[in-house]
Design a binder for this molecule. Structure first.
Ligand SMILES: [Zn+2]
Length: 459
């Protein structure tokens, strides 16, 4: 059957390809779920089977945004422990988190996904690591929510097996056993991971953090991921307290500890990486380990500022992350382009243009694709790649006086999303999700948040 085509023209285009190719006025042609062509001026005249033409006048077209770190379940525990650092915040919230169940996780996943998708995210990820006994099929609920919304998705199947009795941070009832966590992770990969070019669902192996998992779970998790051919994810070098914890327990800093467990490599990406010295950055560059930079969450928990410009200069792949919405209540990624840029200019060296607008856009698109291991398929607008893209309105009140459209969407207010496409299908029109009902998601999430608060209060 002949391909169905969608044509978008008369818009500015930032392709975020290797040369940062841009067009002041260009076109993009989609054939089924792939980009067929992108270039300057109007689309070719003689295209067959065009089912839709979109006039992009007054818009900037970019690749869809890619989120590389999140915890969807936290959508129903936002606005708590608002003045705590990481460890105190975790200890305050673990008893609540350990009481989640399948309906709560489903409602929270829908809320997290909707908030991001409405703001131009086309590929989402969820690092889910709380699996209380008897809580139902949490992974299935999360994956189902992403599928229903039409968002491309990576589930990082997390785990915790080191609780208070072992010297870890979580309460004893919040963790799994080593064997249980590994078996459930392998089952999730077998059931849901799709290795194909246009996969909508992928699974990664993701023990939670050095202070909530045993050395064995890190080591055996890395072996499992490599045996199954999937990626590895965890939290690392987030705070000074974590650094101290690693020195006291393992006699080395987090990066050396991760390397000793096999947890560095081109198939690994790690959230935060705030407290990195030169040799840590060198180790990430040497091993091509990726970083999920979460500037708002790091500010919220007073964790510090990641050395993103130094990482990029060293060749470390870096993407952006919302992080869980208990530490970044906004839950949006397009605002993180601006926050990454501004916060990195305030880092210890106070460098002007430590990051510029185009680097910020690259972090949120191509950088995210690299970190998720999908740079061949998504992250830039190039012929042959998957049709994941966003049309940002830049001629309205918030942006019409900024001549450069990339500057407008990064430095300016969060830009309205006129259209967002994933895999050739439109999921957002004029800031509204087409695939799900936002009001009912908001209502369900509120009810589940209240139920969780009630259960926790009674415990
Ligand atoms: Zn996190």
């Amino acid at each position: 059957m002949a391909a169905s085509r969608i044509v978008i023209e008369n818009c500015a285009i930032a392709t975020v390809d290797a040369d940062d190719t841009e067009y002041a006025s260009g076109h993009l042609v989609v054939a089924d779920n792939r980009i067929e062509s992108v270039g300057a001026g109007r689309a070719p005249e003689n295209l067959q089977n065009v089912i839709r033409r979109i006039d992009g006048t007054g818009h900037l077209l970019t690749p869809g945004l890619i989120n590389t770190h999140h915890h969807f379940y936290q959508w129903i525990t936002r606005g708590l422990a608002t003045d705590h650092n990481l460890f105190n915040w975790l200890v305050a919230l673990y008893p609540t988190w350990a009481r989640i169940d399948e309906p709560m996780v489903r409602a929270a996943a829908q809320g997290s996904l909707a908030m991001m998708a409405r703001g131009g995210v086309t590929t989402a990820m969820d690092h889910h690591y709380v699996y209380p006994k008897g809580s139902g099929d949490l992974s299935g609920a999360i994956i189902g929510a992403a599928r229903d919304m039409g968002v491309r998705f990576t589930l990082a199947r997390g785990s915790m097996d080191s609780s208070e009795k072992d010297g870890g941070l979580p309460p004893d009832f919040a963790v799994e056993t080593l064997e249980g966590a590994l078996a459930a992770t392998e089952e999730t990969v077998g059931k849901h991971h799709d290795a194909s070019f246009d996969a909508m669902t992928q699974i990664a192996v993701a023990p939670c953090s050095p202070f909530s998992v045993t050395t064995e779970l890190l080591r055996e998790g890395a072996e499992l991921a490599r045996r199954l051919g999937v990626r590895l994810h965890t939290h690392g070098s987030e705070t000074v307290e974590e650094e101290k914890f690693c020195h006291e327990l393992f006699g080395m800093g987090p990066t050396d500890y991760f390397e000793s467990t096999g947890f560095l490599g081109e198939d690994v990406w790690m959230a935060h990486c705030v407290h990195m010295n030169d040799s840590d950055i060198e180790a990430f560059a040497r091993t091509k380990t990726g970083v999920a930079h979460c500037p708002s969450s790091n500010a919220r928990l007073a964790a510090g500022i990641a050395r993103v410009p130094d990482m990029l200069a060293a060749g470390v792949p870096v993407g952006l992350g919302v992080d869980g919405t208990a530490s970044n209540e906004s839950g949006e990624l397009h605002t993180e382009l601006r926050n990454a840029l501004l916060i990195n200019r305030l880092n210890t060296q106070h460098r002007e243009a430590a990051l510029n607008a185009r680097q910020a856009l690259r972090l949120g698109t191509h950088g995210g694709a690299q970190v998720l291991g999908r740079a061949a398929q998504i992250g830039s607008l190039e012929a042959g790649k998957l049709a994941d893209f966003v049309l940002w309105k830049v001629d309205g009140l918030g942006h019409s006086t900024i001549a450069d459209p990339v500057t407008a969407i990064v430095f300016g207010a969060a830009a309205p999303v006129t259209a967002s496409f994933v895999n050739g299908k439109q999921i957002v029109e004029n800031n509204r999700l087409l695939t799900v009902d936002e009001e009912s998601i908001a209502r369900d999430a509120r009810a589940e948040a209240q139920r969780l608060a009630r259960i926790t209060a009674q415990a």
